[in-house]
Write a protein that binds this ligand. Sequence first.
Ligand code: SAH
Length: 226
Amino acid sequence: MNTLYGAAAVSARGRGLTSQRARDRLVATLRAQGIRDPRVLDVIRSTPRHLFIDEALSARAYENTALPIGLDQTISQPWVVARMTELLIEYGAPKRVLEIGTGSGYQAAVLAQLVDTLYTVERIEELLRKARRVFRNLKLENIRSRHDDGNIGWAAEAPFDAIVLTAAGESVPRALVDQVADGGALVAPLGPPGTQRLLRFRRHGNDWQREELEAVSFVPLLGGLG
Ligand code: SAH
């Protein structure tokens, strides 16, 4: 595991609301809300979420809430990031993982510390540019990112051991279903605003096991480029 106990985590220590203590409090909240996997809790504890949002909001970085990142998009709520990560690594750490919806890059950064290579696709170029800058600053060298419509996945790099969508559609795009490796998993929020649920699909050959999990609230999965 390639956690961020390095310079970034250490230099934020003692800076009030972005301090290690604030992160420890967030981890305690996540644990109280049912997140159990110690690998996930460790990575959340060591990842500087305040670097993925605007400085004006950094005092709120370790609250368990989604926050605006501009262009009508949000950084996901830490509980949701933790839960999706837990669902993806529950049966052993997948090696190659594709995320649809880079946004701030926070979910990608969390996952990248638990898998071999994290691929991420974002349709809004400006968000992708900012996220890439943070990946570089944090020396997360196992993230590969692409400006594209995530509905078509990333065919040249498929199949993936796991795919995660961080924006909600009515159904899982066909191309993404096809890009899950045998034995792999796909985690996605599905449904219209107000009635979305987190779903996990596990592939066994041509059979899919479907689990319907918690109620969630995500921005919509859109088509085309932003
Ligand atoms: N994983 C992000 C969550 C960002 S919100 C984080 O941790 O911050 C969801 C993101 O999905 C937004 O940035 C939005 O632009 C993006 N998105 C929506 N539809 C998309 C599509 N078809 N392809 C790629 N990205 C998409």
